[in-house]
Design a protein around this ligand. Sequence first.
Ligand code: SF4
Length: 412
Amino acid sequence: MEIPQIELKQISQKEELPFYELEKDLRTGKAVILKNSLRKIHPVAVGKRLRCKINVNLGVSGERINLKKEIKKLKAALEYGADTLMDLSLGRRAGEIRKALIKECFVPFGTVPIYSITQEKTAGLSRSKILDEIERQALEGVDFMTLHCGLRKKHLEYARRRICPIVSRGGAIIAEHISKTGRENPFYEYFEDILKIVKKYSITVSLGDGLRPGACADANDKAQYSELYELGKLRKKCLDYGVFAMIEGPGHVPINLIEENVKKAEEICDGAPLYFLGPLTTDRAAGRDHISAAIGASLAGFHGVSLLCAVTPSEHLGIPDINDIKEAAAVFKIAAESVNLAKGFNSEREKNKEISEARKSFDWEKQFSLALDGKTAKRKYKLLNKNKDKFCSMCGKDFCAMRKFSECAGVK
Ligand code: SF4
């Protein structure tokens, strides 16, 4: 894990964490840096004492493929503030899509190699297929990889007891392999071989949760925690090998179980950075799952999750379009900002103060420039108001609370 001092200094400044503290977190695996040594991007650091960040998923399924559209989605995700991107493409053209996306991507880029290995239905999960695919993607510059290594043969009986046994694509592929061959998870079996490859390129391993709960009733159950214990052990191996590792998390978790879920992951994985999908706080928000997920993500972030994986409004329904990607990124940016403000970062505190001052002085342009999504704020404002007045159409001139009080109290 050789990171140039200059990059570390930049990260330390940006993240408002003293240099020696950052070094300590990196050394102990409590923070990771996402950057393949072959890529020319600004590295992004992830860890509990650093800013909470968001990831946006892209990618095509075997059913619907349009490379141009996918690149537009990537640009939209970046415009809306994605800190990292992942390509989850499936199917015959997954490799072509991945190469095209990574070229356009100036933030860390992640993949799930098992998707490409099994692009043909009949393909098996042999040692050479797994290692070759990982090395291929490493050479293309992939910065972090989700590997479903913790799902063991013995865990499948716990999954069978659930309402929704397995909702992770990677988890389902591994479970199918185990059931058909009677053998152990090959990503578990060949884990040390995998580490030798990713280490060469400084790739961060994202230890995937193939048994993440996909229904609130399944949250924090034996299946999830049994896999988590395996992830904790595998993460130790990563540290021994000098490979950065993050731990992935659920899924669907009701609000009252989120804190326990996060604390347990922290405890079992000894403070490794946590990367959660949502979690969705209800199973009943289809069509607006991004909101349910952002509620869960805010809580999870506050309790210690470092990277929030955005969920789109089309979750559970179909492949997201560009508007879904924009909406998901925008909503998750709010979740991350809320976490960072609560964590006490100076920059967020200052910007929140500044926008409130601008609100008080009716400086509309300044408000737009400080808003997380200033473009949308400006468009809405223009639509709802004729002129830039010292009030807006919400309460009108005579009842504008800001104006009324500033006039009667002489506040400027
Ligand atoms: S009119 Fe109401 S909503 Fe608009 S600026 Fe004044 S207090 Fe705020």
